[in-house]
Ligand binder design. Sequence first.
Ligand SMILES: [Zn+2]
Length: 171
Amino acid sequence: MVQKTLKLITDAMLGKLTTFLRLFGYDTIYANDLEEIYNIEPVPDNLIGKYGEETNRIIITKDYPFYRKIPERGIYLEGEGVYNFLKQLKLELGLKYDLSMKKARCSACNSKLRIVTNKNDIKDKLNDSTFTSYDIFYQCTNSECQKIFWNGPHIKDIKKRLKNHFKSKEK
Ligand SMILES: [Zn+2]
């Protein structure tokens, strides 16, 4: 699966898209997260471009002048709406959108997830109804994050919408 090795950067303003791409398992750095690395806010285009080059990432942006500076490494998104963006990325990069917790990355920090083998270990991090309603949980492997994921209503909703938006073409 070549496309899973694809590494991405999402420009500022694309926070929701970032979340989605990570859930689909794509290694995605959000431009706003580079503020910590470069200690500057907002991170200027030339530094985002430099980071993209150094880490061999494709840069996804809604900023046309920025895109013009990095045509060989950039993807320019038109219009609005995360599903519209996903469609464009599917066309341009051949991305696939299967939502499986096993392959997902943490939506908050882009780290890989691991399955929680004993849900009692994370009981104090969940509300009671979630704890009792679900048996399978995944947790971010980044010790500073440790966000927990499960196939809740939010995930089911994304799956349903994906089906509607990518009906016949998907698989
Ligand atoms: Zn995380």
